[in-house]
Design a protein around this ligand. Structure first.
Ligand code: SF4
Length: 127
């Protein structure tokens, strides 16, 4: 099972940090609603898989449906009722940076290549 650091520490609840996490949640709501093309494109470039660490379920507050079971973190509404903000997390590397404010020791399973890496990939000769 994952140990999530600092999640209930005083530092993790500092007003600046909480504001940044709340802003991130608002940003994702906005992007989902008004920039679906951007969201689709960014998700298509996303690498990796969810490791089910459960950190994104506890960003601004601990989600009511989040449960830490013996089998690991679990979502009580995963299948049908999971909100869009949860389904698409993380949209971009800003979300990862916000998420790392809550837990750096357990990294998210998703990442993006940097623009420099993308450029290098596109110049690779095809075999
Ligand atoms: S933080 Fe990343 S790896 Fe962890 S549950 Fe959320 S999407 Fe999955």
């Amino acid at each position: 099972m994952f140990e999530i650091d600092n999640i209930n520490s005083t530092k993790s609840k500092s007003p600046v940090r909480m504001f940044r996490l709340a802003w991130g949640m608002t940003r994702r709501l906005f992007l989902n609603r008004f920039r679906p093309g951007y969201v689709r494109k960014s998700l298509s470039q996303r690498q990796g898989n969810c490791q089910r660490c459960g950190v994104c379920c506890q960003l601004v507050w601990r989600c009511h449906y989040f449960k830490n079971t013996d089998a690991g973190p679990s979502c009580g509404i995963y299948g049908r009722y999971r909100p869009p903000n949860c389904r698409i997390f993380p949209i971009n590397s800003r979300d990862l940076a916000d998420r790392d404010l809550v837990s750096q020791s357990v990294p998210c399973g998703f990442w993006w290549h940097s623009p420099a890496e993308e450029k290098k990939e596109s110049h690779k000769p095809e075999i």
